[in-house]
Design a protein around this ligand. Structure first.
Ligand SMILES: [Zn+2]
Ligand SMILES: [Zn+2]
Length: 176
C-alpha cells in the first residue's frame, strides 16, 4: 500500500497522515461475487484478478499498469480483456474511473468517499481521508449545475514525499 506516509520500516509514525484504511480485500471480493451474481455477470478469473490487482494498490493505476500485474498471474490474458473487465467492474459499482490530468484513464478501487492528493511533479495520485480537509463535512453543493451531483471531492495538488523528501520525510538523516 503506497500512501502519502513515508515508507514503512521506520517505526516512528508520529506525523503519518491519517489516510483511509482500505476496506479489506476479502470483503471486497465477497462483494464482487455478490454483485456478479445479482447482475448475472459470469464470475471469471480474469475479472477477479483484475479487481484483486486494483485493490492491492492505492495509486490509481492505468489500464497498462493493471495489465502488467494481471498478465503476470494469467499469462494468456490480453490487454483488451483487462480493459473490458475494468469496464464491467465499473458497471457493477466495484471501481470507478478517476479524473487525472494525464492522458491515461486511471482507476480507483476505493469506493468510500475520499479526496485525492495529486503530485504535480510525478503525477502520483493518492487517497486522502475526508478528515484531511478541515470543514469537509460542511461542504455542500448548492448548484445550479449542469446535472445531478453524485460526489463532492477535493483534489489537493502539491508535491509528494517521494519528490520532496525534505518536506516531511522522517527518514532523512542528512545533517547540514
Ligand atoms: Zn511526486
Ligand atoms: Zn482514490
Amino acid at each position: 500500500m503506497a500512501i502519502l506516509a513515508a515508507p514503512a520500516g521506520a517505526a516512528s509514525s508520529n506525523q503519518q497522515p491519517r489516510n483511509l484504511i482500505p476496506p479489506s480485500q476479502r470483503e471486497r471480493l465477497a462483494e464482487f461475487e455478490r454483485r456478479c451474481a445479482e447482475a448475472g455477470v459470469p464470475l471469471t478469473s480474469q475479472r477477479r484478478t483484475v479487481l484483486e490487482s486494483l485493490l492491492e494498490r492505492s495509486d490509481h493505476p492505468t489500464v497498462d499498469q493493471i495489465y502488467q500485474t494481471v498478465v503476470g498471474r494469467l499469462p494468456e490474458v490480453s490487454r483488451a480483456t483487462v480493459y473490458r473487465s475494468l469496464e464491467t467492474l465499473s458497471d457493477l459499482g466495484l471501481l470507478k474511473r478517476v479524473e487525472h490530468p494525464g492522458s491515461a484513464v486511471r482507476f480507483d478501487g476505493n469506493m468510500a468517499p475520499h479526496h485525492h492528493f495529486l503530485c504535480t511533479r510525478c503525477g502520483a495520485m493518492e487517497d486522502l481521508s475526508l478528515e484531511s480537509v478541515r470543514g469537509h463535512d460542511e461542504l455542500v453543493f448548492v448548484g445550479p449545475g449542469p446535472g445531478a451531483a453524485e460526489e463532492l471531492a477535493i483534489l489537493v495538488r502539491g508535491t509528494c514525499y517521494r519528490c520532496a523528501p525534505q518536506a516531511a520525510g522522517p527518514t532523512s538523516s542528512a545533517t547540514d
